[in-house]
Design a protein around this ligand. Structure first.
Ligand code: PSU
Ligand code: MN
Length: 306
C-alpha cells in the first residue's frame, strides 16, 4: 500500500508494549536550522527523549514512503539536503506520497501521521498559527485546524511573534483546543518566556498533563493539546530585543509579496539572518527543553493508559 507507515523496530516495539514514544517533526531539521547544526540538534533531541525513558520517532517522507522513526543516515540526508526538500503540510501529503517525493513534515502533518501511528505526544520548537494581517491574507496555519483533528499533545515554546498571538489563542479557543501553560500562566513567545498573553489553564507536572490528555480523549473530545513550555531562562532573547527584528521581517515579506507556504520559512530565515548565532542558540535550547518535557509527559501518559 502506498500509504503504509514505515515504522522503525524500536518505535514499533514501544507502541506494541504501550510504552512511551515521542514524535518529532522534520521541517525544523530541513528548514528551521542550518546544516550541520540541524543534524546535530536532531540527534541530541532524540538522545534527550531516550534519556527521558521514551523512544523518539522523527517523522518524514522519503521517496514517497512515510517514515515513523529515522535511521542516522536518513537524518543526515534530511539535514544535508535541507531546503531542497519540500515542506509538507497536510494538504501536501497525498502529492508527496503519490509522486514519491521527499518531504519534511510540519507540525500539522507530523501530528496527523503520529496519530495514524498511535503516538500521542510530539515535541517541536514552535507551532504555526494565525499570521499578522490574517484579516486580509487569510493566512492561518494548517497547524491550527490540525489541533481540532488529531489526538496529539504538542510541546511547543509557545509561538513566534511573527504570528498574531492574540488571534492564534482566539482561534485555538474556537477550535476547542486546550492551551496549557507548563509551569507558567503566560503564553510564551518562542524566543521569549513572556508574551503578555495569559493561558487559559496551567499544569505544573507531567502527571497533571497526562491526566488532562486522558480525560480529554476518554470523554471522546477529538483533537490535540498545546503544551506551552517556555524557553529556558538563560537562553531567552527578551521580547523588546526581538520585536523590532520581527517587525522588520514581516515588513520585508509584505514588500516582496511573499505569501502562502513560503511566508513562515522566509520570516524564520530573515530573523536568523539578523540575530545570527543568538537565535540559533535559543532555538536549539528550546527544542531540547521541549524534548525533555515531551519525554516526561509521554512516560506519565503511558503509565496511565497501559
Ligand atoms: N514556527 C517556528 N519554527 C518552525 C515552524 C514554525 O517557529 O520551524 C515550522 C513548523 O514546521 C510549522 C510550520 O508547522 O513552520 C508552519 O508553517 P505554515 O505557517 O506555513 O503553516
Ligand atoms: Mn500559511
Amino acid at each position: 500500500m502506498p500509504h503504509e507507515l514505515m515504522i522503525t523496530n524500536d518505535v514499533r516495539d514501544a507502541l506494541a508494549r504501550g510504552s512511551a514514544v515521542v514524535a518529532l517533526e522534520s521541517t525544523i531539521i530541513a528548514h528551521g536550522m542550518p546544516y550541520p547544526d540541524n543534524v546535530r540538534t536532531a540527534r541530541e533531541v532524540e538522545q534527550i527523549v531516550r534519556e527521558g525513558g521514551a523512544v523518539p520517532a522523527t517523522i518524514a517522507i522519503l521517496q514517497g514512503c512515510i517514515h515513523i522513526g529515522l535511521s542516522p543516515d536518513e537524518l543526515e540526508y534530511l539535514g544535508c539536503e535541507g531546503r531542497n526538500i519540500a515542506k509538507v503540510s497536510v494538504r501536501d501529503l497525498p502529492y508527496a506520497v503519490a509522486m514519491k517525493r521527499d518531504g519534511a513534515t510540519t507540525v500539522a502533518s507530523t501530528m496527523r501521521l503520529a496519530a495514524m501511528a498511535g503516538i500521542h505526544v510530539f515535541a517541536t520548537g514552535g507551532i504555526g498559527g494565525v499570521h499578522r494581517g490574517a484579516e486580509d491574507s487569510f493566512d492561518i496555519s494548517a497547524d491550527m485546524t490540525e489541533f481540532a483533528e488529531s489526538n496529539v499533545a504538542v510541546v511547543t515554546a509557545g509561538a513566534k511573534a511573527i504570528l498574531d498571538l492574540a488571534l492564534t489563542l482566539e482561534t485555538l479557543e474556537t477550535l476547542g483546543v486546550p492551551v496549557v501553560g507548563y509551569g507558567t500562566d503566560e503564553f510564551p513567545a518562542f524566543y521569549s518566556r513572556r508574551s503578555g498573553h495569559t493561558v487559559p489553564m496551567r499544569c505544573d507536572t507531567p502527571d497533571e498533563l497526562a491526566a488532562l490528555m486522558k480525560a480529554k480523549w476518554e470523554m471522546g473530545l477529538r483533537g490535540g493539546v498545546v503544551v506551552a513550555n517556555p524557553i529556558p531562562q538563560g537562553s531567552e532573547i527578551p521580547a523588546d530585543e526581538i520585536a523590532p527584528v520581527i517587525a522588520a521581517a514581516v515588513k520585508s515579506a509584505d514588500e516582496r509579496g511573499i505569501i502562502g507556504k513560503d511566508l513562515t520559512p522566509f520570516l524564520l530565515a530573515e530573523i536568523a539572518g539578523v540575530t545570527g548565532g543568538r537565535s540559533l542558540t535559543a532555538n536549539i535550547a528550546l527544542a531540547k527543553n521541549n524534548a525533555e518535557v515531551g519525554a516526561a509527559i509521554a512516560v506519565a501518559f503511558a503509565g496511565k493508559t497501559s
